[in-house]
Design a protein around this ligand. Structure first.
Ligand code: SAH
Ligand code: SF4
Length: 369
């Protein structure tokens, strides 16, 4: 299937350097490359014909070599002051989601002029965490570089049609790679997409404004530590002992906490930057106060802050979210041990904000009809 889809032959999977080399083999002037990139990333055009300052012969060459794919919006949920969810159809009919998160200074402790997009990296997920809708139907395929890039461009395109839109600059200025899929299992395509989204001629999003969330693939965390670009890292921890984490995340069998901690130590030694632990609070599974000590010990050792997230119930999964009382008590116990922690008092609960849920419902509905 990957051959048919030809995942990395889209124009939005090409760096400026690659395009320059291509233009040279075509004996086309390389000053055309920035013009092309501006059509793609500033004007976000969806057809070759719109690139009016490129000669027709060059457009024909480009069209012969590359696709220019866009994402088809299937549904959007949410209003402008809450979380907004976009469900996209890809060229092979697969569905993925992106989530636009309203400015919320408490989420990552930064100023609130941010427009954060949560991006998917795979269709489905192979890791099968027991709280997560994305893994319920297994893994279908990796997203190509351009399908990751296009999520940002498609949301910006949509935004430009809204009243009071910010059109001068790039609207999305923060990325969290936390949508459907395990980002580090699609390492090459993701890293290339992030390079394009970070480049001044591309998405223009600072590397420090990009957070990659992983379920804990230790070897890829080490690899990421050696990358030249300094992205932020979030770890889906959800359990601070092997016993508890193992019940929630099958990946913990492959990379138990000791091995994961070693990889994160290495990451810290190369980066010296604070990481974030994501910790979903699930009633009776990981919300006991006995979990606070191992959690805060780990956070202290790895210089991590803790994001506590109330579990969002998923159709077909048995677990329930912790009560508000338990959530607040857990937060207080964690901060009481000197660890920086936040509790996400979710806005997106009512519109299936957790990753994978919108797609799941849409696919269920379409198989019923
Ligand atoms: N595969 C990566 C990134 C996608 S999942 C990873 O596991 O880190 C990222 C996050 O989505 C999870 O850590 C969790 O914070 C959130 N999430 C997924 N399902 C959820 C649910 N049912 N309720 C609340 N948060 C959820
Ligand atoms: Fe996959 Fe992340 Fe969901 Fe686990 S939490 S199933 S790794 S998307």
């Amino acid at each position: 299937m990957l051959e048919i889809l030809n995942l990395n032959c889209d124009i939005k999977s090409q760096t400026a350097e690659e395009l320059q080399a291509q233009f040279q083999t075509w004996e086309q002037p390389t000053y055309r490359v920035p013009q092309l990139l501006s059509w793609l990333y500033d004007h976000r055009v969806t057809t070759w014909a719109e690139m009016t300052n490129l000669p027709k012969v060059l457009r024909a060459l480009l069209e012969g070599q590359f696709s220019l794919q866009t994402l088809e919006l299937v549904t959007k949920q949410g209003s402008s002051d809450t979380t907004q969810k976009f469900l996209w159809r890809l060229s092979d009919g697969s569905l993925v989601e992106s989530v636009l998160i309203p400015a919320n200074p408490a989420l990552y402790g930064e100023p609130s002029d941010r427009h954060t997009l949560c991006v998917s990296t795979q269709v489905g997920c192979a890791y099968g965490c027991r709280f997560c809708a994305s893994g319920l139907d297994g893994w279908k395929r990796n997203l190509g570089t351009h399908e990751i890039v296009e999520q940002i461009l498609a949301v910006e395109r949509w935004h430009a049609t809204q009243p009071g839109a910010i059109t001068q600059e790039h609207f999305i200025n923060n990325l969290v790679i936390m949508g459907m899929g395990e980002p580090l299992a699609n390492y090459e395509n993701l890293l290339k997409a992030l390079k394009l989204l970070n480049a001044p001629w591309g998405g223009g999003i600072g590397a420090r404004k990009i957070t990659i969330s992983t379920s804990g693939l230790a070897p890829q965390i080490r690899k990421l530590a050696d990358e030249p670009l300094q992205f932020r890292l979030a770890l889906s921890l959800h359990g601070a002992t092997d016993e508890v984490r193992g019940k929630i995340m099958p990946v913990n069998r492959k990379y138990p906490l000791a091995e994961l901690t070693n990889a994160l130590d290495y990451y810290q030694s190369k980066r010296g930057r604070m990481i974030t632990f994501e910790y979903i609070l699930i009633a009776g599974v990981n919300d006991g106060l006995d979990q606070v000590k191992p959690l805060t010990d780990l956070a202290r050792r790895l210089n991590a802050k803790v994001n506590l997230i109330p579990y969002n119930k998923v159709d077909g999964l048995a677990w329930e979210r912790s009560t508000e009382l338990t959530q607040e008590a857990f937060l207080e116990a964690v901060t009481g041990r000197g660890i920086v922690a936040t509790l996400r008092r979710e806005k997106g609960h009512d519109i299936d904000a957790a990753c994978g849920q919108l797609r799941l419902r849409t696919e269920k509905a379409s198989t019923k009809t």
